[in-house]
Design a binder for this molecule. Structure first.
Ligand code: 9UX
Length: 72
């Protein structure tokens, strides 16, 4: 199963921020692919909903020091 979700990400101030979030999310079990766009302040995450929830993805981003809001 695969799902794709977009998130608004706030708090990124440099390109390394985007890379940090990408790496942090891609490390998560259940995340297939995470791509962060600094200019758009957004992230696209492909994940397996039976392994991880959007809340867990949001929490992970917050742990890294940024804020993520799921776009609906
Ligand atoms: Mo550099 Mo972006 O410390 O937070 S990674 S500004």
């Amino acid at each position: 199963v695969k799902e794709k979700k977009e998130f608004n990400i706030t708090g990124m101030t440099c390109a390394a921020c985007a890379t940090r979030i990408e790496k942090g999310l891609n490390k998560l079990e259940g995340v297939k692919k995470a791509a962060v766009n600094l200019a758009l302040e957004s992230a696209t995450v492909e994940y397996n909903p039976s392994l991880i929830s959007t809340q867990e993805i949001v929490k992970r981003v917050e742990k890294l020091g940024y804020k993520a809001i799921s776009k609906e």
